[in-house]
Design a protein around this ligand. Structure first.
Ligand SMILES: C[S@@+](CC[C@H](N)C(=O)[O-])C[C@H]1O[C@@H](n2cnc3c(N)ncnc32)[C@H](O)[C@@H]1O
Length: 243
């Protein structure tokens, strides 16, 4: 059964399990266990540099910032050197619990996503950013979340988000026809003991440029920058501005 909504319990249950099994590996698949802590932190510093590079030359020290799908605060920690206060929200209360243990200080505030709506007032953030999250959500959930992101952004506020770009013809077909995964490996994992549900909350969703622009436009946002990074060029950063 597909996970129909980003607020349903199945996503929370799966991510809580991953948090308990090995949160570092669930967040960064290249890292394993406690031994990977240093590498885990290093990836956070590197990814934070990329995020900050989008705002070069701006004074960000008093920005109010939200990370959507913050995990244990891998990015919040290094980014706190640039931004004022950083709020992080995540569907997994286990990730949030770990985040609270790892990051102390009044500049950090963790929240658990309870019913799909963001527990913040209208127009209160200068920036919302998200990395390695939307690829794991059903597209319908991403579409349902977007009005909430737009609502909490100040007019002129920025939304920086990371998605999977369909970098091959096969991925393009997946993106356009809504078939999320067309691989033998996926087929095996679905019928294996892991079961369909856990795959549903981890597999990759791809978005074409047109799909992203349409979603942004629908929510009163305008794309201002788009950058493809990383090996294989499958990661795409989009920067949008709220009208
Ligand atoms: C791969 S981790 C990335 C964490 C963090 N953004 C980072 O880069 O370190 C994905 C995170 O998104 C959270 N997540 C998954 N689906 C979500 C959803 N629908 N709404 C909010 N958070 C979600 C997971 O619990 C997990 O902490």
């Amino acid at each position: 059964m597909a996970n129909k909504d980003h607020q349903t319990g199945s996503a929370r249950k799966d991510w809580n399990l991953r948090a308990r099994e090995d949160f570092r590996n669930a967040i960064m698949s290249t890292v394993k266990g406690e031994k990977g802590e240093e590498e885990f932190r290093r990836t956070g510093v590197e990814d934070a540099k990329v995020i900050a590079s989008f705002f070069k030359g701006r004074n960000m020290s008093d920005w109010r910032v939200l990370e959507y799908g913050c995990g244990v605060g891998r990015l919040m920690e290094p980014l706190s050197r640039q931004f004022g206060k950083i709020h992080g929200i995540d569907i997994s209360d286990e990730m949030v619990k770990l985040g609270r243990q790892r990051l102390k200080g009044s500049q950090f505030s963790f929240h658990v996503l309870e019913n799909g709506s963001l527990p913040f007032s209208d127009s209160c953030f200068d920036l919302v950013y998200s990395m390695h999250v939307f690829q794991h959500m059903p597209k319908s959930s991403f579409r349902r979340l977007m009005p909430e992101i737009a609502r909490v952004l100040k007019p002129g506020g920025l939304f920086l988000f990371h998605i999977m770009y369909p970098y091959t013809l096969r991925r393009k077909l997946q993106a356009v026809f809504g078939v999320d995964q067309l691989s033998f490996r996926h087929f095996i994992s679905v019928i294996s003991e892991k079961g369909q549900k856990r795959v549903e909350t981890y597999r990759r969703r791809y978005y074409t440029h047109g799909q992203i622009e349409q979603i942004l436009d629908h929510n009163g946002m305008r794309l201002v920058n788009r950058v493809r990074l990383a090996p294989k060029k499958r990661y795409l950063w989009n920067l949008a501005e709220r009208a």
